[in-house]
Each structure stands twice: as structure tokens, then as C-alpha cells.
Design a protein around this ligand. Structure first.
Ligand code: BGC
Length: 340
């Protein structure tokens, strides 16, 4: 196992580095937003295929946003009314007018420059989020470690706060198992191990209902092409302009995706109870490593349920003072075995 460090770009006077982890797959991560930059997987013909979308310089990464590959914090997905109450105190969070607080605010972890150090077979990225940053209480000492083990990318989150707070990090990689330059994920096949999902209101805040996927276009219990039902006449799908929903996971083996073109299979494992399956409905037509656009990549964002901070029935995101937060998600790559 080899870890290589190289200069990537300079962002507002700070050098950004790229760390490359080489195993049976090759994964590069940037210190800007502790962000997965590329994931190179050999396809069924042994050809290297980059299955992760991204932009090629720091300014584009920050401006074009979409959170490509980023570590999202302090809070993945949306918080209803952009506020929550903890220990009797109400916290108001930054948000765009008419919209809910999303992915930790205007300047969340995705736009921060992390310190990095090689740690065993991986790279650990570290960032201290000040008390009050983006409206959240407590100084949060956070690190995320990326490791390649064989053909698996492991992502481990650790954090500790000096005051009670709420915390719900995730990774926002966009995948296309045909290759990041293919342009569409509609023929990628998806299977999600979830019997239930969370319908949302127009602001994409869960209504609180935990709904069965049965007889809905959101049912991915049996593998199907992402594009098969994506434009079905369904109220929940219309709100997100496609898939953009939290699935309530049946077990740690969250999902399996597959490309017929490359034979590449990706499985997602997590200790989180939910995964946001987002079919890239709002990716702007912009050039990164190649030309991207609507539905050019999909995300599997492992997380606590969105707005859990305001929903006592959902698993709680409260992180008590001095408590150690730890969570792990892994993306395992393989090739589809030919049918016997
Ligand atoms: C959300 C989408 C949002 C996107 C932004 C996803 O995690 O679920 O609603 O538009 O992030 O890139």
C-alpha cells in the first residue's frame, strides 16, 4: 500500500494537496473539503475507469459546488425551518431565502481546507470547527480518514465537541460506474436494501412518515436501472425532480450498483441508519474532468435521517460534550461475475 502526496492547487492563499491511495483501486482525495477526487477501478477488460466526478481546480470546486466528493458537515442534508433546539436553546442556522439549511450551511466542511497526514495505509484529514461556526454550538474537533483496503474505499469519521452539539457528517461523492465521462447514470443498475423511505414536503424536509417502497417507483429492493422509473408520475419523485430521498436501511449492506458497460460493481456498507439516494438531478451543465450535466452522477450519502434534529422519532444526532463520535462507511468495488 502506497500513499502519495502532491500539490493540487492554491485556494485563497492556501496550498491544496492531493493524496493518492493505491490498492487494487486508486483513490485520490483533496485537502479542500476532504474530498474524494477520483476513484480508478479496472473494468472487465482491465482498462482503468475513473468512476467519481469532480472539477479540476480549487475555484471550480468551490464555485460550481454540487459538493462533488466532499465531506459534508456539520450536518448532512436539510434542517427544517433552519433551526433546532438543544438543551432548551434554539439555534438559527444560515440558509438561502425560501430554502432550508442544507449540508452544513454556506461554508460547510466542503469548502474548508483540512490538514492532512498519512496514517498507516490511509490519509487522515483534520479540521477544527469553531464554536458557533455556521450556527452550530461547541468547538468540534473533527477528522475523516480515507483508506484503501484491496478494492474497498473506507471512510471513517471521528469527532469530539467541547459542548453539547448535533452532528451528522456524510460523503457526497458522485459516481458513474460507466466512467465519470459517460454523461448519464440512467443505465447504472441500483439495488438498495431498504423497505422504507422518507417522503418529504415541497422544501424536501421529511414529513415524518416512514413509507413502504412497495408499489412505488422508489422500490430498489430488486435491482433495476436508475432510469427505469425515474420520471414516473409520482408525487414524491416530482418533488426531487427524480431520486433525492432518504432510504431507511434494512442492514449495513446499504446498496449495490452496477454498470453493464464496464462490469464494475459498487457496494456501499455503513453503520448509519439511512442513505440519501440522489440521482444528480441538479448537476449543472459544466465542465470538470469532463462535461457534466443533469444526472451525470449519483450519490449514496450515508447519514442519520434528514431533519432528525427536529424529529424525536428519528435516531438522534446529539453529540454530548466529551463524547467520542465514530462512524464508518465503505464503498467496495468488484467486477460482476459472468453468469455460469
Ligand atoms: C441533496 C439534494 C441537493 C444536492 C446538492 C443532495 O445531497 O439531497 O437535494 O440538491 O445534495 O448537490
Amino acid at each position: 500500500m502506497m500513499v502519495q502526496k502532491e500539490y493540487f492547487d492554491t485556494y485563497r492563499g492556501t496550498d491544496i494537496f492531493k493524496y493518492t491511495l493505491q490498492g487494487d483501486i486508486t483513490v485520490s482525495v483533496l485537502t479542500l473539503g476532504a474530498r474524494v477526487y477520483s476513484i480508478i477501478v479496472p473494468d472487465k477488460n482491465g482498462r482503468p475507469v475513473d468512476v467519481a466526478l469532480n472539477y479540476t481546480n480549487a475555484e471550480d470546486i468551490v464555485q460550481k459546488s454540487s459538493y462533488m466528493g466532499a465531506t459534508v458537515g456539520r450536518f448532512g442534508n436539510r434542517i427544517g425551518n433552519s433551526c433546532f433546539t438543544l438543551n432548551g436553546k434554539t439555534y438559527h442556522l444560515p440558509h438561502a431565502e425560501g430554502k432550508a439549511h442544507l449540508h452544513g450551511g454556506f461554508c460547510g466542511f466542503d469548502k474548508k481546507v483540512f490538514d492532512a497526514e498519512i496514517d498507516g495505509d490511509g490519509v487522515r484529514m483534520h479540521y477544527v470547527s469553531a464554536d458557533g461556526e455556521e450556527g452550530y454550538p461547541g468547538t468540534l474537533d473533527f477528522s475523516v480518514k480515507f483508506t484503501v483496503v484491496g478494492s474497498t474505499l473506507e471512510i471513517e469519521y471521528s469527532a469530539e465537541s467541547d459542548a453539547d452539539t448535533v452532528f451528522n457528517p456524510t460523503n457526497h461523492s458522485y459516481f458513474n460506474l460507466n466512467g465519470q465521462d459517460d454523461g448519464s447514470i440512467l443505465d447504472n443498475v441500483m439495488q438498495i436494501n431498504a423497505d422504507y423511505y422518507l417522503p418529504t414536503d415541497r422544501m424536501q424536509i421529511p414529513t415524518g412518515e416512514i413509507k413502504s417502497v412497495e408499489h412505488t417507483p422508489l422500490d430498489f429492493r430488486t435491482p433495476k436501472a436508475i432510469g427505469r422509473d425515474i420520471d414516473a408520475d409520482d408525487a414524491d419523485l416530482k418533488i426531487g425532480s427524480g431520486y433525492d430521498h432518504n432510504y431507511c436501511l434494512n442492514d449495513r449492506h446499504a446498496a449495490t450498483a452496477y454498470s453493464e458497460k464496464t462490469g464494475i460493481v459498487m457496494e456501499c456498507f455503513t453503520d448509519r441508519p439511512g442513505v440519501q439516494f440522489y440521482s444528480g438531478n441538479f448537476i449543472a451543465a459544466q465542465t470538470g474532468k469532463s462535461l457534466y450535466g443533469r444526472r451525470a452522477g449519483f450519490c449514496l450519502e450515508t447519514q442519520l435521517y434528514p431533519d432528525c434534529v427536529n424529529k424525536p422519532d428519528f435516531a438522534s444526532p446529539v453529540l454530548r460534550q466529551g463524547e467520542k463520535f465514530y462512524s464508518k462507511t465503505a464503498y467496495r468495488f468488484s467486477l460482476k461475475k459472468p453468469l455460469a
